[in-house]
Design a protein around this ligand. Sequence first.
Ligand code: SF4
Length: 199
Amino acid sequence: MVGSNEPTSALDRIGLADQRRWPDYLGKLMVALGIALILGAIGIFVLAFILRQRSGLPWVRVVSQDVSEARTLARPLYSARLGLTGKPDYVLQRGSDLIPVEVKPNRYAQQPYRSDLMQLAAYLVLIEETTGTAPPYGLLRYAEATFRLPYTAAVRAEVLTTLSEMRDLLRATDVARDHEDAARCRKCGFRDQCEDALS
Ligand code: SF4
């Protein structure tokens, strides 16, 4: 009958039916999204844990750390006993403790590079050697994250072992190339004398 409010075609009926089911679709979509986010978070946590284990050094990510009072050193730290020298970007004074701070403003990684941790560890050893007081930790600052490296006996031992290995390599007359990176050889200052250089 003309003027009735009843649906007048099959299309109208389907359209109305779809509108009634829409909240169901939305609910399922939200549940699926929630599960995906939880799985993603677990995946990132596991990855971070694995990377942390592999770094071998017990770093901690720092949420905030005020380094505004950090100062620069007038000259590099030097230990004749260890044959080691170096200068952290900044040194922070906390009571009687000196905290080395290494800054890598162009690094955006969420995990510290092992080489950067080793550099910071060497500064920790140098501060202990030159002042007689072991710093409790050092700070590694990237563009978007700061990491704290506690100065433990294991960290100190790793620096001393690495130094010993480096001295052995320097004394060795025949050292094998440890990479397959031709670009690295092209930029190397020893390329003219090196019999192992890659073209
Ligand atoms: S040129 Fe020789 S010393 Fe230099 S990076 Fe290559 S292999 Fe190493």
